[in-house]
Write a protein that binds this ligand. Structure first.
Ligand code: PLP
Length: 263
């Protein structure tokens, strides 16, 4: 086992997304996963029925005790729910004066439509958390919300990434899965703040069992960085891990079922 990843995110009782997907991903990729839980969701493959936010002092305490003892090689953030959670995370990282790589997955809305980030939290996300991100991993609708642009083409993605770079992340992975859902291919773009762009193209798998793909991608990248991979290597491995996890997904539930992490 190598590579310590501290995951700061919400729990999915259905086991498909959130903390549960993150733990499975990091474990299956050979890393060591730790968690600071920001919110509990009651959810299944059909959607989220309730959210219980963890008190901010408790979020801080989870981060503080883990980092001051076990330590971490990379951080990953997922569902943050409330502005207070974002401030708490940034405050405790400042307090510990740690400069760790951090993957920020700007989780906003679940596939079933539930909001996983309060509207009032957008400012804290853009002014406090995203500036610290080593990699920001928005899908198209998250990129639209963060950039204020409407995204229809790959050129729009580039324009949105340029706006996101003004917030301060070192890299932006734009996930194109929702761009043209009739296309047989899915293209993701990894933009670096030095102007480089790496393109990752893969076959689209036609299935509704894709719950947790965003969480899984971000955690796989975090695990790769924690294990000493370059960002390009980590993204490449993450893409093939997610592809296989979707391809072999167990088809559980009536809605968007979970991925298969045991492949
Ligand atoms: N629930 C939690 C706790 C999450 O963190 C996320 C996504 O990041 C989701 C649900 C939504 O996952 P999906 O959009 O893949 O259904």
């Amino acid at each position: 086992m190598n590579g310590r990843v501290l995951i700061i995110a919400g729990s999915d009782s259905g086991g498909g997304a959130g903390i549960q997907a993150d733990l499975k991903t990091v474990t299956c990729l050979g890393g060591y996963a730790m968690t600071a839980i920001t919110a509990l969701t009651a959810q299944n493959t059909e959607g989220v029925t309730a959210i219980h936010d963890v008190p901010v002092d408790f979020i801080k305490e989870q981060i503080r005790v883990v980092l001051s003892d076990i330590g971490a090689d990379c951080l990953k953030t997922g569902m943050l729910s409330q502005p207070g959670a974002i401030h708490a995370i940034c405050d405790v990282l400042d307090e510990l004066a740690l400069d760790l790589p951090m993957i920020v997955d700007p989780v906003m809305v679940a596939k079933g439509g539930a909001s996983l980030l309060a509207d009032q939290a957008l400012e804290a996300l853009t002014t406090r958390l995203i500036p610290r991100a080593t990699v920001l991993t928005p899908n198209v609708s998250e990129a639209e919300k963060l950039s204020g642009l409407s995204i229809q083409t790959p050129d729009d993605m580039k324009a949105a990434a340029d706006i996101l770079f003004t917030l301060g992340p070192k890299a932006v992975l734009m996930k194109g899965g929702h761009l043209d859902e009739t296309s047989e291919m899915v293209t993701d773009y990894l933009y670096l703040n030095d102007g480089q762009c790496h393109v990752y193209e893969g076959e689209r798998l036609l299935t509704r069992h894709t719950h947790g793909t965003g969480c899984t991608t971000a955690s796989a990248i975090a695990c790769g960085l924690a294990q000493g991979m370059t960002l390009q290597q980590a993204v490449k491995r993450a893409k093939s891990y997610v592809f296989e996890a979707i391809r072999t997904a167990p088809r559980y539930g009536r809605g968007h079922g979970p991925l298969n992490h045991g492949h």
